[in-house]
Design a protein around this ligand. Structure first.
Ligand SMILES: [Ca+2]
Ligand SMILES: [Ca+2]
Length: 285
């Protein structure tokens, strides 16, 4: 055995990396590109500051380079130009961050591959399953006319996860975009965080005062775990079922999460819609 192999064996498995949770502190533009001062989660207790240089797009695809004040993670953290709404992050529908791999996030550089299978195609329902490349995580997406239901169906016994919505109500973040829940039934501005558990039925809605329309997220299984909302740098809303800051709480499967639009902003109408969504699923199973 070589010395290098002996050293690697003594080091053991590399530490599991958590979600990046990137934040932009400031931005400077110069001829040829931009420089962002960012920070990201090195682990659950530490944030690492770094500079990120983004060259202007030229004949070759733009690449990103990072300079880290902390330990090097990877020089090319991001494979694609970041979203203009949230540099380094991608507006998502439902994203799952967990340990033992990083799966089921809309594809970015940190997302590890999954195998997707079309399980069912019917006029009123399409079901796609996903199995993580390490075989430890699995989920299904059921698409209906009115909503989509994400079901986590497999997880490692010793891990936990959360389910996130990351987005921009009405197409872009505005301070007067709003959220409400089953317990907070008057619209709250984006500048107000949500901390703690949402009581049953566990739903949160997001909207834009310019639209008479609501994006609803519903966790079918009520629990007492915290459900956390905050706005990220006034660029994106970030909400997690089973989340408190960077801590994950969801510890069993199956668990079901639905997302859909309702053409109302009335909390009672939202509550009435949820059992209808559930009935559609039961009827077609
Ligand atoms: Ca609850
Ligand atoms: Ca909860």
């Amino acid at each position: 055995m070589t010395t290098r192999m002996q050293v690697l064996r003594l080091l053991g498995e590399p530490p599991v990396r958590g979600p990046l949770d990137l934040a932009v502190r400031s931005e400077a533009t110069f001829q040829g590109g931009r420089r962002l001062l960012i920070d990201y989660a090195g682990d659950e207790d530490e944030r690492i500051p770094a500079y990120l240089l983004i060259p202007e797009a030229g004949p070759r695809p733009a690449t990103l380079r990072g300079a880290y004040a902390g330990p090097p993670v990877s020089e090319n953290l991001f494979a694609r130009p970041p979203s203009p709404q949230a540099p380094g992050r991608y507006p998502a529908v439902l994203a799952v961050h967990q340990q033992a791999g990083n799966y089921f996030h809309p594809k970015n550089q940190n997302t590890e591959p999954s195998k997707h299978t079309i399980e069912r195609v019917e006029p009123d329902r399409v079901t796609i399953s996903a199995l993580s490349s390490n075989g430890l995580w699995a989920c299904t997406y059921d698409f209906f006319a009115t909503h989509c239901t994400f079901t986590m169906t497999r997880m490692p016994a010793d891990k936990k996860y959360w389910v996130l919505y990351e987005g921009t109500p009405g197409g872009q973040y505005d301070d007067d975009d709003w959220w409400m829940t089953s317990a907070v039934n008057t619209p709250q501005p984006m500048t107000v965080n949500h901390e703690g558990d949402i009581p049953a039925p566990e739903w949160i809605a997001f909207g834009d005062p310019r639209l008479n329309r609501t994006l609803v997220l519903w966790h079918h299984e009520d629990d007492a775990f915290p459900d956390h909302f905050y706005q990220m740098e006034r660029k994106m809303t970030v909400f997690g079922f089973g989340r408190k800051k960077t801590q994950k709480f969801l510890d069993n499967v199956p668990q079901h999460f639905s997302i859909g639009f309702l053409e109302t902003t009335n909390p009672a109408a939202i509550s009435r819609a949820l059992p209808e969504w559930d009935k559609i699923k039961i009827k077609t199973q």
